[in-house]
Ligand binder design. Sequence first.
Ligand SMILES: [Zn+2]
Length: 205
Amino acid sequence: MKIVIYPHPSLRHPAKPLAAIDKQVHLDAGRMFELMYEHKGLGLAANQVFLPYRIVVLNPSGDPQQRDKEEVLLNPVILERKGTIEGEEGCLSFPGLFQKIRRAKTVRVQAYNLHGELIEKSLSDLEARLWQHEVDHLDGILFIDKMGTIARLASRNALKEFEQDFQRAQEKGEIPATAELERILKERSMALEQNGSPPSTIPPI
Ligand SMILES: [Zn+2]
């Protein structure tokens, strides 16, 4: 498992609801936390590690010592959004790119945890921003889609560079061709649908 960089097609692929929490889900979550800390992130979504199902790991403190702040979100949803606030955002799939993004200030959210318990709560500021950023990922939406005109203009060169780097890596054979990546994505989604169906401990949201 590793973090994919824009414009990897996995980032635009909506993740499927998870229907059962098995050992593999626990293993995936553990590895995602490792990668997230290694890259100094606060959150990481399935699409960023080429997984086809709706899982997010996050730790608003970003501190691996603060294990009590860790959260695994399965099938997370945002039930309600209130107010707007602008704040600086980055993304592990866009290393080094930071821009001001407008998001809801407070959100009411719901997700299953690794024990299959449904958690519902209200969040504000950084935590609210994190949830919105990560749930967007699961829908194939990226923070560059949420940028205002100025942020978009300021990011243009950086995005072009990411695109050129990705293409070069594909030409060198370090990353499979886009058609091949699409094929793997489809295959993984189909395998999930076949194996991830009932008996389920959690209903898909
Ligand atoms: Zn991100």
